[in-house]
Write a protein that binds this ligand. Structure first.
Ligand code: PRP
Length: 203
């Protein structure tokens, strides 16, 4: 049996729809349940940032996770396939009425994605102070906590409705199928069979 960690929310629903298409049977979690065992698979509902930990420690063989989370955590997992769902961008945002002031000795950046932010600005040789937050990132520049943010943009409406503009796209993201390296050896046939049928279903 393969154990598959899914990120709670729309990506989990979209992934289960792919499984329904492949196996022609329903894959539905009962209300509030975090484990679904059906069709020879065990699915786990996990917070998206926790998916790499479940797969890395082999509590799950396979995970579905955004490229942004993989890059932020730099987890040692095998990337199998881009599922083409959960598309979003990692962007720099700031108040519409302001411009980047490179003369500041230190630009304050609020973000959930500290590593991506640090790497990006160090490549540009811009000195930043990174303030780690856990959510509602768009609030930070509105109340003087930060000059700008590095955050996920999906529709763009959160930035828009809070008077922020996108000043740069750092990277594009979508949900990927990833695999534990030991599982890839010990359950190779099962994993490759699943990989092939999912690849066919989404193409
Ligand atoms: C993410 C992200 C933005 C929002 C972007 O937050 O951090 O706030 O979605 O989506 P949009 O471009 O479609 O408006 P999430 O919903 O994960 O909530 P959080 O801020 O609590 O992490």
């Amino acid at each position: 049996m393969l154990t598959i960690a899914l990120p709670k929310g729309r990506i989990a629903q979209d992934t289960l729809k792919i499984f329904e298409k492949v196996f022609k049977k329903p894959f539905v979690f009962d209300d509030k349940k975090l484990i679904l065992e059906t069709g020879g698979f065990k699915f786990l509902l996990v917070r998206s940032q926790d998916i790499p930990a479940y797969v890395l420690h082999q509590a799950a063989d396979i995970g579905v996770v955004g490229l942004d989370v993989l890059e932020e955590q730099d987890a040692d997992l095998t990337r199998l396939l881009d599922l083409g769902i959960g598309r979003c961008r990692v962007c720099i945002g700031m108040p519409k009425n302001k411009e980047f002031d490179f003369s500041l000795p230190e630009i304050k950046i609020a973000t959930k994605m500290e590593n991506i932010a640090r790497k990006y600005f160090s490549q540009k040789a811009v000195a930043v102070k990174v303030i780690k937050l856990y959510g509602s990132i768009e609030l930070a520049p509105l109340v003087g906590l930060a000059d700008a943010i590095v955050d996920i943009v999906e529709t763009g409406s959160t930035m828009e409705q809070n008077g922020l503009k996108i000043v740069e796209t750092i990277s594009n993201s979508s949900a990927h199928l990833v695999c534990n390296k030991n599982s890839f050896v010990s359950k190779k046939d099962e994993i490759l069979a699943l990989y092939s049928s999912i690849k066919e279903a989404i193409s």
